[in-house]
Ligand binder design. Structure first.
Ligand code: OGA
Ligand code: MN
Length: 221
């Protein structure tokens, strides 16, 4: 039996994220769309359009030891059919999240990602709590991280799990063990994982196959 955070419909998922700060949604897109997006990554890679991702607050330094993926930022104005399907689904999600969480999410930034065999992304957080807009009024802030996986026929033994540290908030000096409480989520085709960007540390474990995903962040201003 799958644990409850693998529940099915959107309303249930939205209540999960309200309650726990994260959720896992299977079949967020159809297999056809997932395969189309996966093929787009292959083509972008073969034509040298995927670029090595950076790390750190400004994402300018490339450190393969910390992060080994190559990415391609999407432009909604120039979206393929499969990307339009994705943007449509994400818009429905944004509206649902705004109804449930009152975050006032106003936009989305998304990139395709390819982790070659053996590549991962060391434990990190997508937004530091201190990164607010007190200094720059115009800064977009990442509120919710959403990772959609595009890997057909992925096996548990292939690795490439997203390790999500789910008790980050409860860890204290008295019970540091809670800081290590984590779940491993397999990057199965069509699966979407969502979590609060400033709350959950996470990492990408290396895989024995190329690992593909489409990562999006809902933003506020
Ligand atoms: C990221 C990230 C996780 C994943 O791109 O910031 O943490 O499972 N991705 O791909
Ligand atoms: Mn991340």
């Amino acid at each position: 039996m799958l644990p409850s955070y693998f529940a099915l419909n959107l309303e249930q998922q939205l209540s999960k994220i309200t309650e726990h700060g994260f959720c896992v949604m299977d079949n967020f897109i159809t297999n056809t769309t997932a395969m189309a997006l996966s093929n787009e990554i292959n083509l972008l890679y073969e034509t040298a359009n995927m670029h090595e991702a950076g790390t750190g607050q400004a994402l300018i330094s490339i450190n393969k030891h910390l992060r080994g993926d190559s990415i391609y930022w999407l432009d909604e104005a120039d979206a393929s059919i499969a990307q339009q399907v994705y943007f449509g689904q994400m818009e429905a999600l944004r509206l649902g999240l705004n109804q449930h969480l009152y975050l006032g999410l106003c936009s989305l930034e998304s990139h395709l990602a390819l982790y070659p065999i053996g590549a991962g992304y060391k434990k990190h957080i997508d937004r530091f709590k201190s990164a607010n807009n007190s200094q720059k009024i115009d800064t977009a802030i990442r509120q919710i991280s959403c990772i959609l996986y595009l890997n057909q026929d992925w096996l548990e033994a292939d690795g490439g799990h997203l390790r999500l540290y789910i008790n980050a908030l409860e860890a204290t000096a008295e019970s540091p063990a809670k800081a290590a409480l984590a779940i491993n989520i397999s990057p199965l085709s069509g699966r979407l994982v969502m979590f609060l960007s400033d709350t959950f540390y996470h990492e990408v474990l290396p895989a024995i196959r190329d690992r593909k995903s489409l990562t999006g962040w809902f933003l506020t201003r």
